[in-house]
Design a protein around this ligand. Structure first.
Ligand code: 5RP
Length: 232
C-alpha cells in the first residue's frame, strides 16, 4: 500500500466519528481532503446532514464542490468535531501542523471544537517533535526582524517558505519554517515563547488539542484515542 492509499484509508476511516446533525471543522491537506470527499459522499447519499467550517480557502472550495453546507464559527458557536491532518504527532498527542500553511485558521477552528481527530499515515508518528520544520506564520511587515528573533530560539536554520517568491497564506502572512531538529521535548513552553514575539501570528504547535489519531500503516488502520481526552 503506497502513501496515497494510506492517506485515503485514514481520511475515510475518520468519518466513522461523524454523526448526523454535527457541526464539523474541516481541516486542510492531502490526507483530510479524503475525509472531506467522503463527508460529501455521505451527504449526497442522504445518510447524514452536517455543516462544516473550513480551515482554508482550498478546503472551502473542495467542500463547496462536494456539497457540504458551510457556516462560520460565529453562526455555530462551538464545533462538535474537527478532523484535520498533521505533519507530526508525539506520544502526548502534541502536533506540528502547517505544512500546507493553514496553521492559523486550523488552530482557530481547533480551539473552538469540542473534540479533535487527526488523520495521518504512519510517517507522521514521532517520539520527539521537530524533524519536520516547525512552521510559524508571521506578518509581512518587517518579517526579517521577526526571523532574527526566531533564530535566537531555533538551533537550526529559519527559512522563509517559497524563498525569493514567498508563499503567502490565506491571511496575507508569510511562513517561516524553523529547523529545530528532534529537540522539541516541551512543546507547550516553546509555543508560548514563540507566541511572545511581536510579528508572529501563530505557531504550528498544537498542544492539548488532539484527542485521537486515525493512523494508517501497511495494510491496516488504527485509531489511537488519548487517555483522559475528550473522546475517551
Ligand atoms: C496544513 C496542515 C496539514 O494538515 C498537514 O500539513 C498535513 O498535510 P498532509 O495530509 O497533506 O500531509 O497542517 O496546514
Amino acid at each position: 500500500m503506497d502513501t496515497e492509499d494510506r492517506k485515503r484509508l485514514a481520511g475515510i476511516e475518520a468519518c466513522n466519528w461523524v454523526k448526523d446533525g454535527m457541526s464539523l471543522g474541516l481541516g486542510t491537506g492531502s490526507t483530510v481532503s479524503h475525509t472531506v470527499l467522503e463527508i460529501g459522499r455521505m451527504i449526497s447519499e442522504g445518510s447524514i446532514s452536517v455543516v462544516g467550517v473550513p480551515t482554508s480557502l482550498a478546503t472551502r472550495e473542495l467542500a463547496l464542490r462536494v456539497g457540504i453546507p458551510l457556516v462560520t464559527l460565529s453562526e455555530v458557536g462551538a464545533i462538535d468535531l474537527v478532523i484535520d491532518g498533521t505533519d507530526e504527532f508525539d506520544p502526548e498527542f502534541s502536533l506540528i501542523k502547517g505544512g500546507g500553511g493553514a496553521l492559523t485558521r486550523e488552530k482557530i477552528v481547533a480551539q473552538s471544537s469540542k473534540a479533535m481527530i487527526v488523520v495521518a499515515d504512519d510517517r507522521k508518528r514521532v517520539d520527539v517533535l521537530g524533524k519536520f520544520h516547525l512552521p510559524v506564520e508571521v506578518l509581512q511587515f518587517e518579517w526579517e526582524a521577526t526571523r532574527g528573533l526566531l533564530s535566537a530560539l531555533c538551533p537550526g536554520a529559519v527559512k522563509i517558505r517559497g524563498g525569493e517568491r514567498p508563499f503567502v497564506t490565506d491571511n496575507g502572512g508569510y511562513i517561516l519554517d524553523c529547523d529545530f531538529g528532534e529537540t522539541i521535548t516541551d512543546p507547550k513552553s516553546l509555543e508560548l515563547e514563540i507566541l511572545s514575539i511581536a510579528g508572529v501570528v501563530e505557531v504550528g504547535l498544537f498542544c492539548d488539542m488532539c484527542d485521537a489519531v486515525v493512523l494508517a500503516g501497511e495494510g491496516n488502520v488504527e485509531t489511537i484515542v488519548k487517555e483522559g481526552g475528550r473522546l475517551s
